[in-house]
Design a protein around this ligand. Structure first.
Ligand code: IPE
Ligand code: IPE
Ligand code: MG
Length: 256
């Protein structure tokens, strides 16, 4: 899928009533479960159902891209039993959902330092990618072993390797345009709306580069309770924002 990939710091992007790209930190699974006297992992299981619900809501609203933070580069610090549960849940969900995603025109991609995962997971990811590649309704991006700093460093390293191949001086000034193609999500417009569930007001090393001009929405609702209505509320909040991209309010009037 080829979308306009205007950088919000290089040019003012088009803004519509419906966010083209929504990025979500799905947080609060563990606390949701514990508050009900269940082990934390119950929250992760229930969280997968909410992914389905939010994907459907996005398709209905005609959101073109949905990006979900599923496992951060820092989440390896969790107890091994929880990490291994999350890996199994990830595999099971991929297996179960591939067909439905393809049938509904949803292109699935997984971004992050994927080489850290078992080969079985890497193969499943490749299979999911290939099976859904023609999807034109929506792009669903799952961030796994993803970190915003990794993304920027990885892009920088790839860019330098390309410079070496092409005989460009390593110390030549780096412009955004040269780096941008190597960043994850380079083929997608930058997120219009960021949502974090679970009550924390932080970015936790999510899309550091791509969120430069994204509208931020934080809600105390735990992810396992973030249903269609809660998602619509977030979109509604987005619709009340004035996206100035550095300009004054008065400058926006003619196009409003
Ligand atoms: C988010 O929920 C899911 C992952 C990080 C995998 P948490 O597991 O962080 O739940 P809380 O924040 O501890 O409640
Ligand atoms: C962020 O949630 C990562 C994901 C939702 C995958 P965390 O629960 O790991 O974030 P921190 O550690 O509380 O900042
Ligand atoms: Mg958390």
């Amino acid at each position: 899928m080829n979308t306009t990939t205007i950088s919000s710091t290089q040019a003012v992007p088009e803004v519509g009533e419906i966010p083209q790209h929504v990025a979500i930190i799905m947080d609060g699974n563990g606390r949701w479960a514990q508050a009900r006297g269940y082990p934390r992992v119950w929250g992760h299981k229930r969280g997968v159902q909410m992914v389905r619900e939010v994907v459907r809501a996005c398709v209905d609203l005609k959101v073109r891209h949905l990006t979900l933070f599923a496992f951060s580069s820092e989440n390896w610090r969790r107890p091994p039993t929880e990490v291994s549960f999350l890996m199994k849940l990830f595999m099971r969900s991929l297996r179960r959902e591939i067909k439905a995603l393809a049938d509904n025109g949803i292109r699935l991609q997984v971004i992050g330092a994927l080489e850290a995962f078992d080969k079985t997971i890497q193969d499943l990811i490749a299979q999911a990618h290939n099976t859904t590649i023609d999807g034109e309704v929506m792009t669903l991006t799952i961030c796994a072993n993803y970190g915003g700093r990794w993304d920027i460093l990885n892009a920088m390293n790839q860019m330098l390797a390309a410079r070496a191949r092409n005989g460009v001086a390593v110390d030549a000034y780096v412009e955004e345009d040269e780096l941008r193609p190597y960043l994850q999500l380079a083929d997608l417009p930058e997120p219009d709306l960021f949502i974090r569930t679970g009550g924390e007001a932080r970015i936790s090393n999510f899309l550091l580069w791509q969120l430069a001009y994204t509208e931020l929405y934080f809600t105390p609702v735990y992810w396992p309770e973030f249903d269609r209505a809660a998602f619509f509320e977030a979109v509604h909040s987005y619709q009340t924002r004035e996206r100035r991209f550095g300009r004054t309010s008065a400058q926006l009037q003619p196009t409003k």
